[in-house]
Design a protein around this ligand. Sequence first.
Ligand code: S3P
Length: 177
Amino acid sequence: MIITLIGFMGCGKSSVGKALAGKLGWDFSDSDSLVELGEQMKIPEIFSNYGEKRFRELEYMYIGKTIDRYDRGTAPGKHQGRNIIFSLGGGAPTYAPTARLIKERTFPIYLKCPVEELIENLRIDGTENRPVLAGHDLETRVRQLVAEREPVYSGCARMVIYPYSITPEIIRSIRFR
Ligand code: S3P
C-alpha cells in the first residue's frame, strides 16, 4: 500500500511520516528529496533557474516513478507490493496531474494543522529553502496560500487528521484496493 502524506509546509509531513514508517517497519520517502537528488539541484535553484511550473512537472515525474515502483498493478520490481509512507511537497496536489495520480493510485492523508501552528513552525524552520514563501511577509503569505490550498487538500484526501494524532494503528486499519 502507498500512503501519501499531503498538507501545508511546516505541518510535519516528513518528520511524522518518518516516525510512522519506522514504527510500522514500512519504507519512507519524500518527494522533495527525490527531486533534489534526481536533478542534483536544491529546490530554490530549480525555482530560480526554471520556474515553479517546471518544478511541478518534475515533482509529478518523481512522484509517478515512486508510485510505479510500489504499485501492485505495475511491472514487478523489488519494491512492488511493499508498503510505503510517501511524504509529498506542500504544493504537489495543486498540480492537477499530480492530484489525479495520488487520488487514483495511493491513499492520501491530509495532515491538517491550525494556521497559527504552521506559521510558528515555519518561523522556526526558516523560509530560505522554501521559494514560495521566501521574500514575503510570512504570516500574510501563509494565510493566503492556506486559504487557496485548503480545498485542494480536502478534495484530494481520503482521510484528514491532525499530524500528531496519527498512529501506526490508524495506518494499519486502512484498506485500499
Ligand atoms: C512547496 C513545498 C515544499 C517544496 C517546495 C514547494 C509548496 O515542500 O516542495 O518548496 O509549494 O508548498 P514542504 O511542504 O516539504 O516544505
